[in-house]
Design a protein around this ligand. Structure first.
Ligand code: SF4
Length: 391
């Protein structure tokens, strides 16, 4: 399906936190009350009144031992089979790639309906971070993004989001996954209710600190304002990429609906309500948004909000005829932002040798399977701007 974010994109789907229509729940979809109801249902069908500690044992298996009902040895064997049938895993591994000497692992998962999504686990010296997807595909059509070029398939369920973190933690073994960033495929705030339910599950059941959870958005203003009222202070990262409306309209089409001034107001509301620091992501594209005037505009936009700026050399995106800025230009750009009172650092890119940029594995699989012809979004190259005088 091809969606245009400036017109009819499904910006929020607040129908419910349950799985999208037509999908059965998977093992991390039900909350604690839902698990209670499931155990009671199995008790009724087997004609046994089950004590409440059976729910505790099931919960312990899912959220502490990270195993499925079929492997929870404290549950009677007669219960494990029916519970496993009711709570199947959501993710089947399609492809796994390992890079950076084992420090980056990227999965392409196949979902129950055949949709494909990606998850990346990154180990650093002081932490392990997992980057999760919230939608299969994406309707936002950002030109530089491989996912954006594929179009939108569907929202993920809460269970499909949570299970990505669980599977990454199982892979990480003794290294605790401490941070989760919602920066994979999809726009998290366009799938608000299920994404927020996943945030609550990660915080309340898996025990991750809110300050280690980061939701990334291209600027869904109503979603940012709603996050500010939630009472759980997670971090907000905004994929900015341009600080003037003309260029941002081109790079991030959602900007036509929520221009920069509105976005800044919503970001300020989030900062005020949560006390969390805001960050801006800026993928540096050669001669498109890496000119001295772009650095000046970025600094002027970020400074009043106290935002930290992450500069990311753009990963090559197949089918997009531009390239990332040179390493030297990335460093100059950071200096120019900082000289104007901005707070910019350069993010080390991970996993370029395993196509770790959002959507690349899925794009390759789609090409290999030759099934993507209808789903792809035609993407125009951005206008190259006049060369800055410093280069
Ligand atoms: S950058 Fe994010 S919001 Fe934009 S198309 Fe890619 S996945 Fe969607």
């Amino acid at each position: 399906m091809t969606c245009s974010p400036a017109s009819d994109a499904p910006e929020t789907d607040s129908s419910a936190v349950g799985p999208p229509r037509g999908l059965s729940p998977s093992r991390y979809d039900p909350d604690r009350a839902g698990l209670d109801a499931l155990v009671a249902e199995v008790g009724e069908t087997t004609g046994t009144a089950l004590p409440t500690y059976r729910v505790d044992q099931l919960w312990q298996g899912l959220y502490r031992d990270l195993i499925g009902p079929e492997d929870v040895s404290t549950l009677p064997k007669a219960l494990r089979g029916p519970l496993a049938d009711l709570l199947p895993p959501a993710l089947t591994e399609d492809t796994r790639s390992v890079g950076d000497g084992g420090d980056t692992v990227k999965w392409l998962w196949r979902l129950a309906d055949g949709s494909l999504i990606e998850t990346v686990l990154m180990h650093y010296k002081d932490r392990s971070t997992v980057c999760v997807s919230t939608q299969a595909g994406c309707a936002m059509a950002c030109g530089f993004c491989a996912t954006g070029q594929m179009g939108f398939d569907r929202h993920l369920s809460t269970g499909e989001i949570v299970e990505q973190v669980v599977r990454a933690q199982v892979e990480a073994g003794n290294r605790r996954v401490s941070n989760v960033v919602f920066m994979g495929m999809g726009e998290p705030l366009a799938n608000y209710d299920r994404t927020w339910a996943a945030v609550q599950r990660l915080h309340g059941d898996l025990g991750l600190s809110a300050r280690h959870l980061t939701i990334s958005t291209v600027g869904v203003v109503p979603g940012i304002r709603r996050m500010a009222t939630e009472g759980l202070p997670v971090n907000l990262a905004v994929s900015l990429h341009a600080a003037d409306d003309d260029l941002r309209d081109e790079l991030v089409p959602l900007n036509r609906r929520y221009p920069l001034a509105e976005l800044a107001d919503a970001c300020q509301a989030h900062v005020t309500a949560t006390g969390r620091r805001l960050s801006f992501e800026w993928a540096l594209i050669d001669n498109v948004n890496d000119r001295p005037e772009d650095a000046a505009r970025l600094a002027d936009y970020a400074r009043p909000l106290g935002a930290h700026v992450n500069l990311i050399p753009l990963n090559p995106t197949p089918g997009w005829p531009t390239r990332g800025s040179s390493p030297a230009r990335v460093r100059e750009f950071a200096d120019e932002v900082n000289a104007r009172g901005g707070n910019a650092t350069i993010r080390r890119t991970r996993g370029t040798e395993i196509d770790a940029a959002c959507g690349q594995l899925r794009a390759e699989r789609a090409n290999a399977d030759s099934v993507n012809a209808e789903g792809s979004v035609p993407v125009a190259a951005p206008r190259r701007r006049g060369n800055g005088s410093s280069r």
